[in-house]
Design a protein around this ligand. Sequence first.
Ligand code: EPU
Length: 425
Amino acid sequence: MEVYKITGGNRLKGTIKVSGAKNSAVALIPASILADSPVTIEGLPAISDVLTLQALVEDIGGKVSFDQQNMVIDPTEIISMPLPNGNVKKLRASYYFMGAMLGRFKNAAIGLPGGCHLGPRPIDQHIKGFEALGAKVTNEHGAIYLRAEELRGAKIYLDVVSVGATINIMLAAVLAKGRTTIENAAKEPEIIDVATLLSNMGAKIKGAGTNVIRIDGVEKLHGTKHTIIPDRIEAGTFMIMAAAAGDGVMIDNVIPFHVEALTAKLREMGVDVVEEDERIFIPKAQDLQAVDVKTLVYPGFPTDLQQPFSVLLTQALGSSVITDTVYSARFKHIDELRRMNAVARVEGSTAILSGPTALEAATVRATDLRAGAALVLAGLLAEGETEVQEIQHIERGYSSLIDKLRGIGAQIQKVKIPAEAPVQE
Ligand code: EPU
């Protein structure tokens, strides 16, 4: 198995570049199959989730070329085929094929999605939206079947603000007859990015980025060229790493407005954050102060940064409380951090951390993507050599993480080690 070995204690210094947004990429690729001619997406991150989606498009007859940055998707020969298991189970965003296939073919059969285990992740709001548009939705043997005579625009109020449901309903509605209104829609920048691609393909969408989105269905969509937005979660991860272990780090290719909630929290802790047009500089931070954090939907503090941020809090003076209101059980990394000497405990949907603590190297497990990023940061800070296992979770979402971190002075490498014998009960 492959693991990351990290020798802690090296200060980070220099410039680190952010890739295209994972959570946009995983929606833009399925969105492309709604076109009747090739779509080019520029600046995609080279991550395993993107490769899995490429394979899924190919599974249904699409032709895809990807040079690790730009992808051309030719959807002209795509056919309506069930996508039961296999690749579908590797990631959560495979559920975007539900909306896209339903929109294009008026029917779809997709296995239930996989993705990070963050506690319950229902898709009832996606289904409520599809049904409102006229689809009959059934769950048969672990796959969701969607069938519609025709899709008709509808008014849909989301009971829960959901990124996935907002995008999925947009994907189904762009080719429906008449007007769809999504109320209580999510406002994440990734939603604007998907709406921009769809609009450039000929869709009529207004209000993306606000909590009311109006879509007037069109007859067909055509190919286009689109450049993806930078990954605000990757940028935020680097900002946190820079605050915890940096001697002056410039984060390049970031939209400062997209990371404002993090910037505000870092400043509250005593970190200087210098914003430029598309770059953020974090000078060496000293005397970090404890803060409380509550995760919220955008533009609130992102749940995806809560895990790396908790490592920074182990370096701050005093007691900090993190409350995750989006995924109340997203705290598996806390047990791993405790192996590294962190003073932390979980109570319900909160984690309480005290610091500053000198972290110690240990062998730890990346239980999910952002937990993995958190443990990499812990390894960068800890005395000794940390081994991070189950790095496949990290490589689902961070493009060239090792090379990027080595570029700013981290001592981190990927090594193959013999697989551990299973534990005998
Ligand atoms: N929810 C429902 N019903 C639904 C849909 C969602 O109850 O039908 C709940 C969820 O259980 C959760 C909340 O609503 O408590 C928000 O979930 P949302 O649908 O917004 O999440 P998602 O679309 O499945 C995306 C990102 C996640 C990120 C969340 C929240 C993608 C592929 N994933 O997930 O990213 O944590 O939004 O911002 O876009 C990550 O990148 O590490 C990651 C997990």
